[in-house]
Write a protein that binds this ligand. Sequence first.
Ligand code: PEP
Ligand code: MN
Length: 414
Amino acid sequence: MTKTVSVGKLDVGDPYIVVMAGPCSVESRSHTMEMMHLTKEAGADVYRAGAFKPRTNAGEFDGLKEKGLKYLAEAREMYGLPVITEIMSRDDIPMFQEHAIDIYQVGARNAQNFDLLHALGGLKVSVLLKRGGGNKVKEWIGASGHVTSRGNENVILCERGIATIDPEFRNLADITAVAYAKKYSDLPVAFDPSHGTGRRDMVYSASMASVSAGADAVLIEVHDDPAVALTDGKQCILPKELGILVKHARELRRFYIDAHQEYRSRMRGVTSGRVTVYFLESELPKILQYLGLDEKDTKLKPYKVGHRVIQARIKDGQFSRLKQHHGYAVGKLCSFMSRSTREEVPIVSVRRLGDPTTIMTPYSAEAVHEADKKTLDERNPSMRRMELKRRYPTDIVLDAFETYTSPLVLYTVE
Ligand code: PEP
Ligand code: MN
């Protein structure tokens, strides 16, 4: 479930896609007024423009700084769009607070500036965290934890392209990173097609691709006269182009929301995730026979030699050479256990990222009762379920083997 981050009257992460648009830099007071007017007319929800600009070379235009923040606040007063602008140092926080900046953008160059992230983690402001140009998805999502774990959950992740070998593009827009972040983090995800490609002729297509991948917001550079833009003119689209992009992004978003919901409900428990099954070596022949497998067909490995526990993985819809959906394989294992050794063999099912209320369920309550054992969570009354869920799976598996005579443990990651 995606959390939402409030920005003015909107919630980023809702089915309504949030469009943030504006020039790369705050250029002047009058330009800011004009551009907020134009982007609002084109359908934007949030106005973007940098007052503090990180530049590769010293001496280049690096933003109007506090004056820029003031112009943003003035334009907001006039036209009513919330504003997003980049913060480069924790020292500037009071200035941002004074001008009530709506979203604090942490740029690609500061994506792992932990000092800045920790400072933002201590506030309640909304933060848009870009992925660093050389960051792996896990580093990017990991960086967000430096804000959220300090108490500020209002973080929007933003993919903006990573370093590429291809000189035709400024960066490689990593669309799958959007889908990945949607699946493996609970934060809303934005996409920046402007820095992601570096070319205005790619902004429309990259935006549509990101909406199809699940982006909850897009961050787009727009300029009324890109040829004279102070920064990033090459990747700025015109307000007129923004209008059609916004229209199509909203239509595509509606389709995405419905399609994704249908996809998820059809796929539930079928193809996604990974199941690892742990069982006693002595059970192996029976299990193999039931599944119609030969030992050499399986990817079995000893889990804990002393216990003679076998670990088998069912991954990506396959159990070894059996072309089965994992849900089907699990079902088959369950029915195997119920037919043959139901009384003696409780199945302990450990689910992660699934329904938090089903962390583990003994397959057969009877079996638990007969073995005069409690379920694993009953044995750990002091431990809240969520804490139990976070325990390293090895603990849970070993616990199961100590508790039951001959358990079958399913460890499911969805
Ligand atoms: C920007 O948004 O103008 C910017 C500098 O972006 P990034 O940090 O992604 O390069
Ligand atoms: Mn820019």
